[in-house]
Design a binder for this molecule. Structure first.
Ligand code: 4NP
Length: 151
């Protein structure tokens, strides 16, 4: 899961996917990163931690890191939150196979007319809740697609 700062959107997506993977007993490694390095080592934004906790998804244990080329080797799916993340991650791809791993997360919600997870950083509590709900639906859709492919 990749966003800009790795303190709001991608840690929430990471926590939600981890929770679903654990609940379903799946052998899937989940992690998140930011394309920027501003917040490396930091815990998620307090407002995102609070929203996660109010909704039963803890993310306080996560720490921000920057996306690296190594991630193309370590992961099969690189799910980005917006078009800028898509461009920044693709710019680091060593080859076409690596680039083909990069997708907008909201591609998994084709019935919803939205391509990007909005950055809640300058928003209100309602914006954080909106992001939580969107990420909850998108991670559920991703898992169900993954299960269809591997069954
Ligand atoms: P995120 O949100 O990409 O969802 O983690 C942001 C957090 C911090 C900043 C930008 C986006 N920032 O510029 O500090």
């Amino acid at each position: 899961m990749v966003c800009l700062g790795n303190i709001c959107r991608s840690p929430m997506a990471d926590g939600l996917l981890r929770q679903k993977v654990a609940n379903l007993n799946l052998d899937v490694a989940v992690d998140s990163a930011g394309t920027a390095n501003y917040h490396v080592g930091a815990a998620p934004d307090k407002r995102m931690i609070k929203t996660g906790s109010l909704n039963g998804t803890p993310i306080d244990f996560l720490r921000a890191r920057q996306f690296t080329r190594q991630d193309f080797h370590d992961f099969d799916y690189i799910l980005v939150m917006d078009h800028a993340n898509y461009r920044n991650v693709c710019a680091l791809a060593p080859n076409e196979n690596a680039k083909s791993k990069v997708q907008l997360l909201l591609n998994y919600l084709p019935e919803e007319n939205i391509e990007e997870v909005p950055d809640p950083y300058y928003g209100t509590a309602a914006d954080f809740q909106y992001v939580y709900d969107l990420l909850d639906r998108a991670t559920a859709a991703f898992i169900s697609q993954l299960q269809k492919q591997t069954n």
